[in-house]
Design a protein around this ligand. Structure first.
Ligand SMILES: [Zn+2]
Length: 291
């Protein structure tokens, strides 16, 4: 189990899945073998499978303990969710809650859930199936959502073409709102003395990053502002699911500049092992330094 210390805080990785099953050129339209060749030394085998030409991506939550509170950042895909338009996430049954238990936490002990955005792989464990209906998995938590993302998804869902975000808005976001557990946040917002939410739009209209500070140390939870460590070297590479290309690139550069300038540890949701890194700036370019 990966755990890092940030001042008096800790962040523990709660894995849902970790597999090399994303076709690299399909995931990154700018992918070029000649640009990747010099990085194979660090990318193989934890970040890339050259035999299948597939990215190895993790889906995990970060469990933060700080100031006596227990907080989950991003909640993966979830179990038993119907996702016919994303077959690899369809009707999953993983040991996610067992892994949370192995980290010493029962669902009732989570004080806060923070979703960096509302895509299906960041909201899934917000709810669980109980007697045929979706109920909040973390009944004592306040769930912090980006108001801009919520409004965007609500409008998409009401258009009626297809359920928003592969159906996850209806089964993993709306039940939390209906249970009165959601807190909508707009703009930059201090959540408590350790945690701040900041807009980082582009991947989705309301994407946010979570900044954690404790005893002079800091970390930045970037959600899908970066999906894969190759984007540290190629910050202009957007994924196939980035909604606004120019804004996504701008937010990515801002995150890399923040981490390289302040020493904040980058805490992504999808990077391969060792799952976190520092960012070094060298002559206008960036490089990951894995810890
Ligand atoms: Zn994601």
């Amino acid at each position: 189990m990966t755990q890092v210390t940030i001042g008096a805080a800790s962040a523990t990785r709660i894995e849902e899945m970790y597999a090399a099953d994303w076709d690299a050129p399909a995931f990154f339209p700018d992918w070029r073998p000649e640009a990747v060749a010099k990085h194979l030394g660090w990318m193989v085998p934890d970040h890339f499978d050259p035999a299948r030409n597939c990215l190895k991506l993790s889906i995990h939550s970060w469990l933060i303990r700080v100031g006596g509170r227990t907080i989950l950042v991003d909640t993966c895909v979830g179990n038993h969710k119907t996702r016919p338009t994303r077959p690899k996430w369809h009707l999953m049954e993983t040991r996610y809650l067992a892994r949370l238990a192995e980290a010493g936490v029962r669902p009732e002990e989570i004080d806060m859930v923070m979703c960096t955005h509302l895509h299906a792989d960041h909201v899934g464990w917000n709810t669980r199936l109980d007697n045929g209906s979706w109920v909040p998995t973390f009944p004592n938590a306040r769930y912090v959502f980006s108001k801009a993302d919520y409004d965007h998804c609500l409008a998409l869902d009401r258009e009626g073409k297809a359920p928003a975000n592969h159906g996850s808005f209806r089964d993993s976001v709306l039940p939390v709102v209906e249970a009165g557990l959601a807190q909508m946040v707009a703009g930059t917002a201090a959540i408590d003395e350790h945690l701040t939410l900041e807009p980082a739009p582009g991947h989705t209209p309301g994407s946010v990053v979570v900044k954690l500070a404790s005893q002079g140390k800091s970390a930045l939870f970037c959600g899908d502002v970066l999906h894969h460590a190759i984007q540290v070297h190629h910050p202009d590479w957007n994924s196939f699911v980035c909604a606004d290309a120019a804004l996504a690139r701008r937010s990515r550069r801002q995150v890399l500049e923040h981490c390289s300038g302040t020493g904040a540890l980058l805490m992504p949701t999808h990077f391969g092992a060792p799952f976190t890194c520092h960012i070094e700036a060298k002559g206008g370019a960036f490089a990951p330094r894995f810890v």
